[in-house]
Design a protein around this ligand. Structure first.
Ligand SMILES: Cc1ncc(COP(=O)(O)O)c(C=O)c1O
Length: 408
């Protein structure tokens, strides 16, 4: 049990569980898949859906406009930036793709240019880059892992050339428990005076560890609402640097991101909106983004450093307990660990372990090689069981998990 100062949430678990109705039904250790929502998130969404049914969708939107704008501000506060730098997206992948589309459309990515990614990169991040390699002749290079198993920042610095147009990296990969040192990458880019754009996938770190756009030194940060932030499914966001907002023209625009400002003899013209809204499309789930606002405010209230401490403490406890089981290999790497705990067990089928846990109302997940092929092939693993606790997880829950894994 941590002291008040070292683990301020340790004494508040009952309250945190009381805020989270799902804890009465399941042991949810799949927050890296989708976090178990606090009641305030669900209530906020349901309230808005009711309002839409009562007065009409557009009218409910008008009534919620100030709170939608406050959601952008809350996300901005979480990232050390302004609400006007935040674009809503329907997922982390959609946000990542919006950044790529804008770079392509603005002449920043083209034949002969290169993109650097991590070796443990997520499949949905790499797949469009493989497409661009084929369709546009854009180079794709993988930065190797360093001695601790995380991204080798020094190697990355040596790979930077005048051809490097984009450095695109995941902060905490989905499948190996580590947190890459991305502020060090930002420093390396600055130090090298590199004009390369820097795209950060914070899908697994948003809501889990403190994030600061300036400290990261990135141009784009993509994230989802549903994971450690514990927001609704179908929500995400892209945060943009001033440079990205000034220099890039997203593609395609719509009447939310730009206005069709002239027609006729002088030719067709448009004017983009000033803020990050130019990276958004018009339609969205207002209930979803109000729910996301509630999730971000809930996390900011607990404070992100306190959330990180609690998650790290529980995750380390899980690693230590799992490692005691004969045949279990905890697969996590890196000198800084996330709330993602992965393991395999010799001569045991991971899917059977997961099924036994599910039968005991314990949610964990399976990460197959396809989610990050290069990482799995490099480490000669075909799949891992993934356990991802959150602030409401108790030691008892971890012990129950461990006893079922040991018995299966
Ligand atoms: C590291 C990482 N990046 C991106 C994604 C994709 O997120 P989304 O499903 O919101 O597009 C995931 C999803 O698991 C992820 O773990």
């Amino acid at each position: 049990m941590g002291s008040m100062t070292s683990d301020p949430l340790a004494d508040q678990i009952d309250r945190l569980r009381g805020d989270t109705p799902g804890t009465a039904h399941v042991t949810h250790l799949n927050n890296a898949g989708a976090g178990l929502a606090p009641a305030v998130v669900t209530d906020t969404m349901v309230e808005h859906l009711r309002l839409e049914a009562e007065i009409g969708g557009y009218e409910a939107q008008a009534a919620a406009e100030a709170r939608i704008s406050a959601t952008r501000d809350s996300i901005g506060r979480m990232l050390g930036t302004s609400g006007s730098s935040i674009a809503f997206a329907e997922s982390a992948t959609a946000a990542w793709d919006r950044a790529l589309q804008a770079l392509l459309n603005s002449g920043q990515l083209h034949h002969g240019k290169e993109v650097l990614v991590a070796s443990s990169e997520y499949a949905s991040n790499v797949l469009p880059l493989i497409q661009l390699q084929r369709s546009h002749g854009i180079g794709l290079r993988f930065v190797p892992d360093g001695p601790d198993g995380a991204l080798d920042v020094e190697a990355l610095a040596h790979m930077l050339t005048e051809r490097t147009a984009l450095v695109a990296l995941t902060h905490a990969p989905s499948q190996n428990g580590l947190i890459n040192d991305l502020p060090a990458v930002g420093n390396a880019l600055r130090h090298a005076n590199s004009p390369a754009w820097f795209l950060v996938d914070a899908c697994q770190t948003a809501g889990q560890i403190p994030l600061d756009m300036n400290e990261l030194g990135c141009d784009f940060l993509s994230a989802t609402g549903r994971k450690f932030l514990r927001g609704p499914r179908g929500t995400g966001f892209l945060a943009l640097s001033q440079r990205a907002l000034t220099a890039l023209e997203p593609f395609p625009l719509d009447l939310n991101s730009a206005s069709w400002s002239a027609t006729g003899e002088g030719g067709e013209r448009f004017t983009m909106v000033d803020t990050a809204t130019r990276f958004e499309s018009w339609e969205r789930s207002y209930a979803g983004f109000l729910g996301l606002g509630a999730a971000v405010d809930y996390a900011l209230d607990l404070t992100i450093p306190a959330i990180e401490t609690r998650i790290t403490t529980v995750a380390e406890y899980a690693r230590a307990q799992l490692a005691e089981i004969p045949g279990v290999i905890v697969r996590d790497r890196g000198s800084r660990r996330s709330g993602i705990v992965t393991f395999t067990r010799e001569a045991h089928d991971p899917l059977q372990i997961i099924a036994a846990l599910r039968a005991a109302h314990i949610n964990v997940s399976y990460s197959p090689a396809e989610v990050a092929l290069r990482d799995f092939v490099t480490h000669d693993v075909t799949g891992v069981v993934r356990v991802s606790p959150h602030v409401f997880t108790t030691d008892d829950e971890i012990e129950r998990l461990v006893s079922i894994v040991a018995a299966n």
